[in-house]
Design a protein around this ligand. Sequence first.
Ligand code: ZN
Length: 460
Amino acid sequence: MDALIDELTKALGADAVLTGEAAAERSTSPWTRLGTPRALLRPRTTEEVSTALRICHAASAPVSAWGGKTGLVSGARAEGEIALSLDRMSAIEEIDTTGATMTVQAGCVLQTACEAAEATGLMLPLDLGARGSATIGGNISTNAGGNRVLRYGMMRDMVLGVEAVLADGTVVSSLNHLMKNNTGYDLKQLFIGSEGTLGVVTRAVLRLRTRPVSQDTALVAVETFDQLPALLRLLDRRLGGTLSAFEVMWADFYELVTTEPAKGRAPIPHGHPYYVLIDGMGGDEAADAERFEAVLGEALETGLVADAVVAKSLAEREAIWGLRDDVGQTGRGGPSHTFDVSLRISDMEAYVANVRAALAARWADPAAFVFGHLGDGNIHLVIGVGVGGSDIRKAIEEIVYQPLAAIGGSISAEHGVGLQKRAYLGLSRNPGEIALMRTLKGVLDPKNILNRGKIFEVEA
Ligand code: ZN
């Protein structure tokens, strides 16, 4: 008998404690595999989360919190541990349309929260590929980014308040609704982006925005890298603050997603080095469209862009976004490795060229598909060298990550560190920073039970 499981079952009820097959079958998703947990807990309230953690803390049993299981860095892996799913805490508790805030439980699916906000004429602007499964708690714990960071910021910028449960079961309620509250330490930041290592987020107050009524989308071709930031500045200046996405696709990615067996077709012919998806969201449909086309016309006339197509219907807009979102094509040539790195725009061209050269020096005919949120200084690389395996993965990681240290880049723009990038944390954070992280971890979770081993290892 497992005394810990017995105690948890007594405290939470049998339906809230799954073990064996019932727990194992919930540990996989199309995005990730989280191992076989010792047990899977499904609390219904913050009080039950607190009870569960108090019991696990007393037993020094490690606990990993689970949201939508869409993470990409093994940040919620719970092999042999207690998994704590927030899936039954999914309610939207309040939408304040006057103050433009939403109070929501951590297990609420992102898309559900977005749709509820939209129904009131407001918007929760976080938008990412996993929107249909990812949860608000996971978005907070990982400080999710996505497609509109340029305009609205990351999850961190949308969180006004957080309720979290500490490792020993203490509930810290910091459900602030105010935009401005300068009264000491901003405690919610401890739980945003800390990947569940300092506490389990149970509820949050989110800042909503006014829902735009217009959306204008274009795809343009650009001939030189230097023209990309110049185009970004022009759009930022001339679109009156409506620029919402500036997504760049390097030529080989664009060719991949517009060639059979991919479903997408090329709105602009192949042959240009860069393609940019431009999206504007504003408050005046006719005037916004007119201005959008005028600015693109100016960019064409001055030679800043070589070709441009503006979506004339919802179907055309979806077709253009469909190209950018068809990342799955990058895996069709064999095993592939995905990276999300941040670096200054001024370093990007040389960085990508260096990575390609290093891959070509080691493997015959490597593929490196590059695309992403250039406006945020964030690019994604999907690299395939024809063979898989952990040694190959490590060799590619070295090529992608090592050059970032010298240029002040980051090994993770969006996805987080989890287990996967732990060995490289020192490339993006200095020893003083990592020491302070360890101090915080030691104070808030002295027994090291919360998401043990994620981000960095704690010596026992
Ligand atoms: Zn991304």
